[in-house]
Design a protein around this ligand. Structure first.
Ligand code: ADP
Ligand code: MG
Length: 256
């Protein structure tokens, strides 16, 4: 069994309500991810998936609990520490353009984390060419702006940017949800290939249980901010423990 890469313990995130009470977007969530594993997190809209992803990525401070990546604590309020952690952990968002500055070319955006890491312009340029190739994008895409390419191409470029620093963990938050079915499949194939090539660990967040089932080694089911189920896809689907998971499964028609 591989060693643990990510450890989340008793994570919570509360938001105040107008009536003086508070709502829990995430409540008392604990889980771990082993090196090389692909862990799926599913749940309907509003179940707390994005809040959880942002806390893990250091983009949002938790109200309580702790996160450790490769043995190091993730503190959203300590930018100096986060800069180092960002080299180990990268995120791909639902909106493919979210990873890029609309006024800069995709090539510039992909090179940016490499330049920040100390590479010269020429070295970064060479690396961008290789990254585009790895992500099955033509070299000329590097000179285009985010709005000049298709959603699928932009998401490939976002993946190229995310893997540029050779992170250990990739957090994909609904990374294929804005794309049509054919493109979704292509992006998943790309992630699978990179996973194999780089031994990447993936946290794959989706509302689509059918998708997660094909892609992930293990699944967590979230409902109202809590984890209601955890296991390998086949077992969860054959024998769901929670009524909520059963509902999620029965709402999906399987083709096989
Ligand atoms: P998901 O990604 O599963 O759709 P989210 O994490 O986006 O879920 O949201 C979980 C819950 O937290 C929702 O009820 C949402 O309304 C609430 N929430 C998220 N962000 C905020 C915020 N900034 N202020 C208040 N409530 C929020
Ligand atoms: Mg979300």
């Amino acid at each position: 069994m591989n060693e643990v890469l990510l450890e989340a313990a008793n994570l919570s995130r509360y938001y105040p309500l107008k009536n003086g009470h508070r709502t829990a977007a995430v409540e008392d969530v604990s889980f771990s991810v082993r090196k090389g594993e692909c862990l799926g997190i599913i749940g309907e809209s509003g179940s707390g998936k994005t809040t959880l992803a942002q806390m893990i990525a250091g983009l949002l401070p938790p109200s309580g609990g702790s996160i450790a990546l490769d043995g190091q604590p993730v503190h959203a309020d300590r930018p100096g520490e986060l800069r180092l952690l960002f080299r180990k952990m990268q995120m791909v968002f639902q909106d493919p353009t979210a990873s890029f500055d609309p006024r800069k070319t995709l090539g510039y955006g992909i090179a940016e984390p490499l330049r920040n890491g100390g590479l010269s312009k020429a070295e970064a340029g060479k690396a961008v060419k290789e990254l585009l190739l790895r992500c099955s994008l033509p070299a000329e895409i590097g000179a285009r702006y985010p709005h000049q390419v298709s959603g699928g191409q932009c998401q490939r470029a976002a993946i190229a940017r995310a893997i540029a620093v050779r992170p250990q963990l990739l957090i994909c938050d609904e990374a294929t949800s804005a794309l049509d079915m054919t493109v979704q499949k292509q992006i998943l194939d790309l992630l699978l290939r990179i996973r194999q090539e780089d031994g990447l660990t993936i946290l794959f967040i989706s509302h689509d249980i059918a998708l997660v089932r094909q892609f992930c080694d293990r699944i967590l089911v979230m409902h109202r901010g809590r984890i209601v189920e955890e296991g390998v896809p086949g077992e969860i689907i054959a024998r769901p423990v929670s009524a909520y998971t059963e509902k999620l499964i029965s709402s999906v028609l399987y083709s096989d």
